[in-house]
Ligand binder design. Structure first.
Ligand SMILES: [Mg+2]
Ligand SMILES: [Zn+2]
Length: 183
C-alpha cells in the first residue's frame, strides 16, 4: 500500500486560538482561515493529523477526559464545514516526565505515521512554536511556523533556521499545495 502524505497540525495557537491551558470546549475558536485551508488540503488528498502537547493534564489543571472533550469540540467545528480529521495524537505528560511524545520529541508524529501509513519525508508539520518545528525535524518531516498563537516569539529563530514562516493557515496551505513561494 503506498504511503500517504500528511499535514500535521499543532492545536493551540495554530488550529484554534491560543487560550492558555484550555480545558473548556466552549473556549474552542478556530483560527482565521483554518477551515477553508484544511478543506483545500483534504480535497487535495492530504491526511490531517492533530498533534498536541497537553501538559495541563500532568500539571493537574484538567483531566485527560477534558482534553478529549476539547479535541472533540475542534473536530465537531471542522466537521460542520465538511472536514474530517484523520487522527488526533496527544501528549499528556509534563516537561520533566522524560516521555518520547512531548514535542519537541517526534513521538506523536512517529506514532501517527505507523498507525496511518504516513510518508513522513513528504509530510508537513505546522505549528506556532520552535518545539513544533523541532518535532517535525526529528520525525524527518518538513516544519512550517505560523505566526498566530506564540508564533511571533520563535519567528526569527525559524527564519534563521530555514523554516518557512507564514501568517495564516491559508498561506501554509498555499505553500503545501505549491501555490505559494518559499521565502
Ligand atoms: Mg501551539
Ligand atoms: Zn508525552
Amino acid at each position: 500500500m503506498p504511503k500517504k502524505r500528511a499535514v500535521f497540525l499543532d492545536r493551540d495557537g495554530t488550529l484554534i486560538v491560543e487560550r492558555g491551558y484550555l480545558s473548556d470546549p466552549a473556549g474552542v475558536e478556530l483560527e482565521r482561515l483554518a477551515a477553508p485551508s484544511l478543506a483545500r488540503l483534504q480535497k487535495a488528498g492530504w491526511l490531517l493529523v492533530l498533534v498536541t502537547n497537553q501538559s495541563g493534564i500532568a500539571r493537574g489543571y484538567f483531566s485527560e477526559q477534558q482534553a478529549h472533550r476539547v479535541n472533540e469540540a475542534v473536530a465537531t467545528l471542522l466537521a460542520a464545514q465538511g472536514i474530517m480529521i484523520d487522527g488526533v495524537y496527544i501528549c499528556p505528560h509534563g516537561p520533566g516526565d522524560g516521555c518520547e511524545c512531548r514535542k519537541p520529541a517526534p513521538g506523536l508524529l512517529l506514532n501517527a505515521s505507523r498507525d496511518l501509513n504516513i510518508d513522513l519525508v513528504h509530510s508537513f508539520m505546522i505549528g506556532d512554536k520552535r518545539s513544533d518545528l523541532e518535532a517535525a525535524c526529528g520525525a524527518g518531516a518538513k516544519g512550517m511556523l505560523v505566526t498566530t498563537g506564540y508564533g511571533e516569539t520563535d519567528r526569527d529563530w525559524a527564519a534563521v533556521s530555514g523554516y518557512p514562516v507564514v501568517e495564516t493557515l491559508a498561506d501554509a496551505a498555499d505553500l503545501i499545495l505549491g501555490l505559494g513561494r518559499l521565502r
